[in-house]
Design a protein around this ligand. Structure first.
Ligand code: AMP
Ligand code: GLY
Length: 426
């Protein structure tokens, strides 16, 4: 079949790489894609919000499956619009409708959903600007550090965690009254701080049944030792040693199953990926957040470990046939290191030539922010390239990833040198 993949990051390059390996994949288009995806299919400069143009393209190119990488189109109801086109009823869309996407696009909806279905998560209350004083009263009942979350999508910046009560009240006022994140912070969720180790668990669901993909841990802070500001993710590893059989049984019984059943009970059809951002609190899993897509850079370690045919899995999801699907996973460990532009996640420059891409061995280079300029691959974003390697141990995977990370160069290149270190020697 012919497929269209939406997005342009490392996640999409990794998805394209895996899709390309399927014997079922004939033509692959990526909109807009990057210099990496151009090696696997045809990059498409099409405005995905031009519904007529997309419809024409899907029909003209006989596209049978559309996979949506990032959350923004899902939250904006892109799938709903596409599914309303009578000429596209034969196309499988992998991604939830706007109703399902609320699991990510509204923190308040997600928290209430978890409460309705008894899914473990941090205690919380949510507030509007009129309830500022009530919010302060609620803050007083919590122990520091304080966790404040803008209700809506804020490009990963909407979460504030601070040990100081004063700072928390100032931030709360900036969000609720000063509209720091615009509409996204018209409502704010204030919640209890969970102490533990985070991990990311992914499923592909058809709305009734689901397949659990390999879990991963990502490294969000820009600095070594988990210091400095949050980024989209500086690296990832899979598997995660503490996600053993007993832990994953809890995750499935207390979190995954109630989530899928809850969506169904609430009449929300869901075909696509769900990313459970979890905290392991003394052996018990809690949901920190839902995302309605795969993680980035987690996908860059999850896809290399997936042995099963991803296109077949997605096809089954679209046909409500995931029941009894036995997913196959490679036993190796995967580690990925993100090479980023100097200055990221603050200001940085782009357009710098990337050297050494041909010098790497035994790894996958998933392009995150690159583009072709007169046939030359140049930087085009904060996160530039994910260097992902498989090894027989975590040690080996990390070593191979770093050997290759050193071979690639561009002006201002920066990367963390401690990805996976916290999980070594377990
Ligand atoms: P989120 O956007 O909800 O994933 O939050 C961003 C990051 O803040 C998470 O990845 C966690 O590291 C941290 N975080 C969010 N909520 C909590 C919480 N209740 N307790 C501890 N850490 C949290
Ligand atoms: N790596 C975290 C995310 O994709 O949101």
């Amino acid at each position: 079949m012919n497929l269209l993949l939406i997005g342009n990051g490392g996640r999409e390059h990794a998805l394209a790489w895996k899709i390309r390996q399927s014997p079922q994949c004939k033509k692959l288009f990526i909109a807009p894609g990057n210099a990496g995806t151009a090696l696997l299919g045809t990059n498409l400069a099409i405005d995905i919000d031009d519904i007529e143009a997309i419809e024409y393209f899907l029909i003209h190119e006989k596209i049978e499956m559309v996979v949506i990488g990032p959350e923004a189109p899902l939250a904006a109801g892109w799938i709903d619009k596409m599914q309303a086109q009578p000429n596209l009823s034969h196309v499988a869309f992998i991604g939830p409708t706007m109703a399902g996407a609320r699991l990510e696009s509204s923190k308040e909806f997600a928290k209430e959903f978890m409460k309705r279905h008894g899914i473990p998560t941090a205690a919380y209350k949510s507030f509007s600007s009129k309830q500022y004083l009530e919010a302060i009263d609620f803050l007083r009942t919590l122990k520091p550090p304080y966790v404040l979350k803008a209700d809506g999508l804020a490009a990963g910046k909407g979460v504030i965690i601070t040990p100081e009560f004063e700072t928390a009240t100032q931030e709360l006022s900036a969000m609720l009254i000063g509209q720091r994140f615009g509409k996204a912070s018209e409502r704010v969720v204030v919640e209890e701080f969970l102490q533990g180790i985070e991990l990311s668990v992914f499923v592909l669901t058809d709305g009734t049944d689901y397949v659990i993909l390999p879990e991963a841990k990502d490294y969000k802070r820009v600095g070594e030792g988990d210091t400095g500001p949050n980024t989209g993710g500086m690296g990832a590893v899979s598997p995660v040693y503490f996600a053993d059989g007993a832990f994953m049984t809890q995750v499935e019984q207390k979190i995954i199953k109630p989530t899928i059943d809850g969506l169904k009970k609430e009449g929300i059809p869901y075909v696509g990926f769900i990313f459970f951002g979890l905290m392991n609190v003394a052996g018990e899993p809690y949901v920190i957040e839902y995302n309605v897509r795969m993680g980035d850079p987690e996908t860059e370690v999850v896809m290399p470990r997936l042995k099963s045919d991803l296109v077949e899995m997605m096809q089954r999801a679209a046909q409500q046939k995931l029941k009894n699907f036995n997913i196959e996973i490679f036993p190796e460990t995967a580690a990925c290191v993100m090479l980023v532009s100097g200055g990221y996640p603050g200001d940085f420059t782009t357009g710098h030539k990337i050297f050494g891409l041909e010098e790497t061995h035994r790894c996958n280079l998933f392009h995150a922010g690159t583009r072709l300029k007169d046939g030359v691959t140049v930087t085009a974003g904060g996160r530039v390239i994910a260097v992902s390697a498989l090894g027989s141990s975590l040690n080996q995977a990390i070593e191979i990833a770093y050997q290759n990370a050193e071979k690639i160069n561009f002006q201002g290149k920066y990367y963390r040198r401690d990805i996976g270190n916290d999980l070594l020697n377990r």
